[in-house]
Design a protein around this ligand. Structure first.
Ligand SMILES: [Zn+2]
Length: 137
């Protein structure tokens, strides 16, 4: 049976405070407890945090969700669900609750075919025609 060998990270004690080298970048010393086996410096923690976060999630966490349609602040008048009135993105507190919420039309989803899909569709049509021909015989 082999015992797992714990890697010993470089460390030193200065004035009773133990310092250990960061196990990721191995260039930064971090103050640690006496029994700490390995340590990651704050820089690497941050870097790892960012790296593990998918980009879209990162942007989602940055952008607050307003529930407003894109471009609402360009509309001459926009009323949100709570009755807040905005004129070109500027809130009009005195108009609050006097207007009906602006109905936001969901963007029309028009399927744009990619070149591949077009080709595929053509092929499918062709096959259909062939089949029709055969059935006519
Ligand atoms: Zn580090």
């Amino acid at each position: 049976m082999t015992k797992k060998i714990k890697r010993k990270w470089m460390s030193f004690v200065e004035k009773g405070q133990k310092w250990m080298i960061c196990k990721i970048c191995q260039s930064e010393y971090v103050d640690v407890d006496e029994d700490t086996a390995a340590v990651t410096c704050s820089d690497c923690v941050q870097r790892r945090c960012l790296a593990s976060m998918p980009m879209d999630q990162f942007f989602k966490s940055v952008k607050p969700k307003t529930g407003r349609p894109p471009g609402w602040h360009f509309m001459s008048e926009y009323v949100d669900k709570k009755g807040n009135v905005f004129h070109k993105g500027k809130e009009q507190p005195e108009l609050k609750g006097t207007l009906k919420p602006t109905k936001v039309k969901p963007p029309k989803k028009r399927k744009k075919l990619t070149a591949d899909e077009k080709l595929f569709k053509k092929a499918a049509d062709y096959k259909k025609r062939l089949k029709a021909k055969r059935n006519n015989k």
